[in-house]
Design a protein around this ligand. Structure first.
Ligand code: PAF
Length: 305
């Protein structure tokens, strides 16, 4: 089978295929991005773990709208998977991903090996305090350290002007914004709206793990969040009542197990008891072997929610 990554390696870790440069090694990648910027071109970065879907394509479109060139990374980062999570099963359809990148007009794809990203002896990790103690943090110990560590490596390897992340992983977005501010990394972080399927579900690689029946039940998550937004628009600002309504709706599906339902300050992720400022309603559930997260924004002062 044609393996673009191994061909790129044979070609000195640099491969130009119908205008997508596929690069597997760190130094040529840094040089390629630096050269573009030296030419005066702005570079937008879309970090991914591959298995590209409509959510990723929307990030590529956002990057293309703002930047002259788009670089996309594909790396299934072992450091952000916990014991018993789906690292081994995580899909890796590299050829289909490269085809999607070509059609979407991506200019450069970086697909490093695990050994390149975490060479023997690597001993440094990035921990963002506080923001990682809430929401998904307690349920996925070490996950955000893994994300912050790999994203900071990617920002050093691909010194882009801006990086694009989906609001679907809202806590991840806020953690990365904090890390970039604290470590003085010169890159703008752009959050992009969640892309939803026709049934309302936030599009995610892990949705593919669901059976048709589970999918119907899982769609309750987004419906419950949308209903909460309406409840807030009708004047309910007390979080206990909003969370109780969401939990009641989710309880209707016996196969759904709730991990958390919280309303947080949209910038600090502080858990709120009253919605008196821009906020996010965030929830995580388990269904079958799948863990799903979703969130919606509400701003009572602007009439949003
Ligand atoms: O959101 C993801 O796909 C990953 O967490 C990221 C940001 C690419 C880091 O591995």
């Amino acid at each position: 089978m044609y393996n673009p990554a191994s061909e790129a390696t044979r070609a000195g870790n640099f491969h130009d295929r119908e205008h997508v440069q596929v690069i597997t090694d760190i130094q040529p990648c840094r040089e390629a991005v630096t050269a573009l910027r030296r030419e005066g071109l702005s570079v937008g970065l879309v970090p991914t773990m591959g298995a590209l879907h409509e959510g990723h394509l929307s990030l590529i479109r956002a990057a293309k709208a703002r930047c002259d060139r788009v670089a996309l990374t594909i790396f299934v980062n072992p450091a952000q998977f916990g014991a018993g999570e789906d690292l081994g099963a995580y899909p890796r359809p590299l050829e289909a991903d490269l085809t999607a990148c070509r059609s979407a007009g991506v200019d450069l794809v970086f697909t490093p090996s695990t050994e390149a990203m975490y060479p023997h002896g690597a001993a440094t990790s990035v921990h963002v305090d506080g923001l990682t103690d809430v929401l998904c943090g307690p349920f996925r110990p070490g996950h955000f350290d893994g994300v912050a560590t790999v994203v900071s490596k990617l920002f050093h390897i691909l010194p882009a002007d801006a990086a694009f992340f989906g609001e679907k992983d809202y806590q991840q977005l806020i953690v990365i914004k904090r890390m970039v501010a604290d470590l003085k990394i010169p890159i703008e972080i752009v959050g992009c709206p969640t892309v939803r399927a026709a049934d309302g579900m936030a599009i995610s690689t892990r949705n593919a793990y669901l059976s048709a029946d589970d999918r119907k039940q899982a769609a309750r998550l987004s419906h419950a969040l949308f209903a909460a937004v309406e409840q807030i628009a009708r004047g309910e600002h007390e979080v206990a009542s909003i969370v109780a309504t969401i939990r009641e709706q989710l309880a209707g599906a016996a196969s759904l197990q709730i991990e958390y339902v919280d309303v947080v300050d949209e910038a600090t992720l502080e858990i709120l008891t009253t919605i008196d400022r821009p906020a996010r309603i965030c929830a995580a559930v388990r269904i079958a072997s799948c863990r799903l997260i979703d969130n919606v924004g509400v701003d009572v002062s602007s009439g949003r929610g």
